[in-house]
Ligand binder design. Structure first.
Ligand SMILES: CC(C)(COP(=O)(O)OP(=O)(O)OC[C@H]1O[C@@H](n2cnc3c(N)ncnc32)[C@H](O)[C@@H]1OP(=O)(O)O)[C@@H](O)C(=O)NCCC(=O)NCCS
Length: 159
């Protein structure tokens, strides 16, 4: 992907069963493909979106509704060669928008990479609320704990 390409060429679509190999390939680039595992027992494709560029899955994002007003994000990753073009933002905004429409107020996210945590804080209104140890190697292998972040979707929608 060159810098002249833009997120405009990318389609954000509900994930389909046929996308699973492409989704796993994206997740593997971030060491997030261990499914099922204690960290990710399952990944519900009915609650996931893919970013598609020229028919290829280049990104994936999921969510899980926990109660009437709370949800958590599940996996999010973009192929390394497609990063820094706004695709991650499109995926994150899509799941936030869908959850907002469902009446969800609080969205929580576990993240490990400092740059990703900073990205969530900078663009999506997240604040750090805690941390928890990883159950096994998953994601960034040099980081042994998840930082838990939360954002208020009602506030985010108004911004
Ligand atoms: C986190 C992740 C999904 C972000 O995906 P992405 O497609 O790179 O996200 P974006 O392009 O929207 O934003 C990333 C950066 O690129 C910048 N950017 C966006 N479009 C750009 C463009 N056209 N040119 C230059 N930079 C651009 C954004 O401003 C942002 O930088 P900033 O945080 O300094 O402001 C991706 O880095 C990833 O897969 N990381 C590894 C897995 C991971 O950590 N997943 C999250 C687990 S919770």
């Amino acid at each position: 992907m060159t810098s002249s390409d833009s997120a405009n060429a990318v389609l954000i679509e509900p994930a389909a069963q046929a996308d699973w190999p492409g989704i796993l390939a994206v997740l593997e680039t971030a060491n997030m493909h261990h499914i099922p595992s204690p960290e990710v027992p399952e990944f519900d494709l009915a609650c996931a979106f893919v970013a598609r560029l020229d028919g290829r899955v280049v990104g994936v994002a999921g969510y899980k509704v926990l109660s009437a007003d709370r949800a958590k994000t599940t996996l999010l990753a973009v192929l390394p060669e497609a990063r820094r073009h706004g695709i991650g933002r499109l995926l994150q905004e899509k799941r936030m928008d869908v959850l907002c429409g469902m009446g969800i107020k609080t969205l929580s996210t576990n993240s490990d990479r400092p740059e990703t945590i900073a990205w969530y804080e900078k663009h999506f209104g997240y604040v750090r609320v805690g941390s928890l140890p990883k159950l096994h190697p998953f994601g960034h292998e040099g980081i042994a704990e998840w930082t838990t972040l939360e954002t208020d979707l009602t506030r985010w929608r108004k911004v």
